[in-house]
Design a protein around this ligand. Sequence first.
Ligand SMILES: *Cc1c(COP(=O)(O)O)cnc(C)c1O
Length: 407
Amino acid sequence: MTIENNVERSVFDEVMVPCYNPMEMIPVKGEGSRVWDQQGNEYIDFAGGIAVSCLGHCHPAMVSALTEQAQKLWHLSNVMTNEPALRLAKKLTEVSFAEKVFFANSGAEANEAALKLARRYAADTFGPEKSEIIAFKQGFHGRTFFTVTVGGQAAYSDGFGPKPGDVTHLPYNDVEALKAHISDRTCAVMMEPLQGEGGIISPTDEFAQTVRELCDKHNALLVFDEVQTGNGRTGHFYAYQGLGVTPDILSTAKSLGGGFPIGAMLTTTKLAAHMKVGTHGSTYGGNPLACAVAQAVVDVVSQPETLQGVAEREALFRQGLAKINDKYHIFSEVRGKGLLLGAVLNEQWQGRARDVLVAAGEQGLMVLVAGVNVVRFTPSLVIDKRDIEQGLEKLDQAIASLVASNA
Ligand SMILES: *Cc1c(COP(=O)(O)O)cnc(C)c1O
């Protein structure tokens, strides 16, 4: 028996670093919002690879962009530029406030670039004293040491020795706490314009506007981490467009590549000028394959029909989840925006989000959690409406089985 022919879940425990706890089944094929495992079992995908597969699996536009580019040119490094990177950058400046784009390979790297730019700009413009980064509790910005430190969950950032300094965490949506703390020493405020990993928490309008005003007052940069909210997820191309608050720097990844690794930091010409030759870089950043796929994704997602379709699908999810809740009384609320939705477990179901995930898996449905009390849905933005219906039926059955085993 050679390992090439026979890989199963136990091989994970044998040869993989154990920082994940993957499900038992191993998916081998996907199409649209359907996925099949090694045994041929079919799943409906409400997880979308954690808000990544925004056009579902193997969308024809992505497959053709990838295969066409694969015949032409794979990699150059940033010693040269390339056509797909230039086209994608231009497109991103057309669909957002951005005038300048820096490419990376992940969300964490896009945020790392954002934080370094913010620090460099403040140091160049105002001097070394202006280095404080304000971020928010429960926030998530990635797993590099700087980004995990700026993220607001000690469980992820502690136990690795001394952290990058001068990072302050305040409660999200707390206008008074921010007013009381921000000062001329603040270099940047970094936030998600809807907290994803932290439990699907939307900012209040007042909070979003106040953050912008206070940043302006104190010459601090506003950095929006749109790694999860970006690329159509909330029904706007970027979530800031629905908030009416424009950041100075925006990071994007996840859905940007639709399943191919890419990230980007977007900013203005004025700020970008502080990233001079040699100040930052990435070997793979702006890779032609990644940029060709991302351009195909952005072309489809930025169409008004696609964005309009997100709102229609959100309504279907909300109706279906309300119906399930009428039957089983398991959720206290459904929150979030567009296809970044969280069903919050009520008092009786505290801590059991993972039970719902596992029960759903047994019914052939893939969902996510956001913390221990929120079941999270981040499906494809173009998920077939029948798949939504059938997936919700499976969720109904999964919850019915949990209720039955509780009784
Ligand atoms: C997923 C996520 C990241 C990290 O992205 P990676 O590609 O895993 O590095 C950063 N910020 C937010 C808001 C995310 O949801």
